[in-house]
Design a protein around this ligand. Structure first.
Ligand code: PHE
Length: 344
């Protein structure tokens, strides 16, 4: 028996040395300690051992089992450590690798032009105000002297929500709101940039576009103030050489009304495809606030005068950043927007 035990022990030591992985270790356990395992069967032989030797036999078996278990646990711990080390190696982060390039966004030309215009007017003492895009007929039209049935309403291609509500067709709706909110306080010196909507869609018109409205009300405001302000605006935005001309025009809420052209910044006024050979480009609409509008807004036209102007932000952006098609501004094509990266 002693001989047999010795042989098994030697064999075990060798086998444990040869085991290469957890799978083989588990196989070894089955081979020795499984139901039909070598140790199990050896231990079962106790029934044939003479009574006086049973105790001794039992002790030897326990010793053998303990030795096996010890070796098993040691090998298991070794494989577990190897597994963890291999996993750690696999997961190592190489901090010297170059990182993925982060795609930075760029300022949208629409926001960019708004910021430029805001900066310009804020530097002249104006406030920037906001107005609702979902407007009512009263503020977009009635308080601006477009009585119901006024032919100029047709020119606006309005998106009506219902009989009362509409998408504002012009930021001029801010005029009536500002006057109502100020209740004869003066001076008023504000601009209101924002989105506007009309049923229009081609290379130079989009159903959604942007406008900026300007409104000044005070005592003794004259057409000369309007002229001077818009001349500064045009020169600061488009360059000091820009020439400005005023043409008579019509808007229901201003009188007299005018349209303002600037000398073509592409050809300098000689005539080119951009200015269609005229040397001039239309920039904005403007005029002195109509007495009816002042009155409806709560300002006594005998005491107060004012001027207003409005221009398309998309148009300004197209001129300023050389954009050939208005639809590019709303397409959000990343290749287009990328060209407006912060670096100039
Ligand atoms: N709201 C006018 C338009 O959309 C422009 C304008 C604004 C004209 C203010 C005069 C004064 O055409």
């Amino acid at each position: 028996m002693d001989e047999k035990l010795k042989q098994i022990k030697e064999e075990l030591t060798k086998k444990f040395e040869q085991v290469k992985n957890m799978q083989e270790l588990n196989d070894l356990k089955v081979a020795y300690q499984g139901k039909k395992g070598i140790i199990t069967e050896l231990a079962a032989g106790i029934k044939d051992v003479a009574a006086e030797h049973k105790k001794e036999f039992g002790m030897q078996m326990n010793e053998l089992k303990n030795e096996f278990n010890e070796k098993f646990e040691t090998a298991k711990a070794k494989f577990e450590e190897q597994r963890i080390l291999a996993k750690l190696k696999e997961d190592t982060i190489d901090v010297s690798l170059p990182s993925d390039k982060i795609q930075m966004g760029s300022k949208h030309p629409f926001n960019r032009i708004i910021e430029e215009v805001e900066d310009l007017f804020v530097s002249m003492g104006y406030d920037v105000v906001d107005g609702p895009e979902l407007e009512d007929d009263e503020h977009c039209f009635r308080l601006l002297n477009y009585y119901v049935g006024h032919p100029a309403r047709d020119a606006q291609d309005t998106f009506y929500i219902d009989e009362e509500y509409l998408l504002r067709t012009q930021t001029s709706s801010a005029q009536s709101r500002i006057m109502q909110a100020n209740k004869e306080k003066s001076p008023i010196r504000v601009i209101c940039p924002g989105k506007t909507y009309r049923r229009d869609d081609d290379a130079t018109h989009s159903h959604q576009f942007g406008q900026v409205e300007g409104l000044v009300i005070d005592k003794d405001i004259s057409l000369a103030d309007l002229k001077g302000t818009l001349e500064i605006f045009a020169k600061r935005l488009l360059g000091d050489d820009t020439k400005v001309r005023f043409r008579p025009s019509y808007f229901p809420f201003t009188t007299p009304s005018c349209e303002v052209d600037v000398s073509c910044f592409k050809c300098g006024g000689k005539g080119c495809s951009l200015c269609k050979g005229t040397g001039w480009i239309e920039l904005l609409g403007a005029g002195m606030v109509h007495p009816n509008v002042l009155r409806m807004g709560g300002y006594d036209p005998d005491k107060f005068t004012g001027f207003a102007f409005g221009t398309g932000l998309d148009r300004l952006a197209m001129f300023r950043y050389n954009i050939p098609d208005i639809r590019l501004i709303y397409g959000n094509d990343i290749r287009f927007l990328k060209q407006f990266d912060e670096a100039e």
